[in-house]
Design a protein around this ligand. Structure first.
Ligand code: ADP
Ligand code: MG
Length: 238
């Protein structure tokens, strides 16, 4: 079973075509990284997959179901944003539990899943704090925890580390790689950081101006870039 299948996906805002005929498959358990310059449509593509934007044309199929008309909360996905997007008035625990409460999950299930995520992300000491009393790295871990508790089949990360300093970026990157192994979920990860792309990805999708420029493993793209653009992006000598 494929985790995600995009067929001829297009997205326009007014007369501006931002995504142009995107075809893409993510296999179950695969870690796929989207790279490309600022403004090429990476976030828009994630938002279309998540259902935060509607595709203008084409089909979004998640886990074998066409989800074009299914709302975000019912797509079996969870998204982590660059800006964390935590609720400032809620504690760490309540930020993580909120979605599950809205889904009307039993109290025990909520407690168990939140506790498990807290252990995985080493957030035990912060569970009653508000986001404003946390560092950037801790906030991003809470945001990741909030995604984990929903037990999604597909995680979507939109440049989750770009607000963190270099050391923290490396630690959190390693944590995300560990999560991928532990959870055996499919993940799509947007970044413009070559190191993140090369170390995390099973498969890299290079986007340029709303189109898929090249798809391949990090080594394939590094050794065999289709053109100067891809070569420049992955830092290999052309
Ligand atoms: P990236 O994440 O690769 O930097 P985005 O997906 O954010 O790129 O944006 C791609 C293009 O779509 C940009 O030109 C941006 O200005 C435009 N865009 C994104 N969202 C909207 C929107 N809601 N309305 C109009 N234009 C948008
Ligand atoms: Mg973006």
């Amino acid at each position: 079973m494929t985790a995600l299948n995009l067929t001829n996906v297009c997205k326009s805002f007014g007369s501006v075509e931002v995504l142009k005929d995107i075809n893409l498959t993510v296999e179950e358990g695969e870690f796929v990284v989207f790279v490309g310059p600022s403004g090429c449509g990476k976030s828009t593509l994630l938002r279309v997959i998540a259902g935060l934007e509607d595709a203008t044309k084409g089909t979004v199929n998640i886990g074998g179901t066409v989800v074009n008309s299914i709302p975000p909360a019912k797509r079996g996905i969870a998204m982590v944003f660059q800006s964390y997007a935590l609720y400032p008035h809620l504690s760490v625990r309540d930020n993580m539990a909120l979605c599950l409460k809205q889904e009307k999950q039993p109290k025990l299930v909520i407690e168990e899943r939140v506790n498990k995520a807290v252990r995985m992300l080493d957030l035990g000491a912060y569970i009653d704090r508000r986001p404003s009393d946390l560092s950037g790295g801790q906030r991003q871990r809470v945001a990741i925890g909030r995604a984990i508790v929903r037990e999604p089949k597909l995680f979507l990360f939109d440049e989750p580390l770009s607000n963190l300093d270099a050391a923290l970026r490396m630690n959190t990157r390693i944590e995300i790689a560990e999560l991928h192994r532990t959870l055996s979920a499919s993940m799509i990860y947007v970044t413009h950081d070559q190191t993140e792309a090369m170390t995390l990805a099973d498969k890299i999708v290079v986007l340029r101006d709303g189109r898929v420029e090249q798809v391949g493993s990090p080594m394939e793209l590094y050794n065999n870039p289709a053109n100067q653009f891809v070569a420049g992006f992955l830092g290999s000598p052309a």
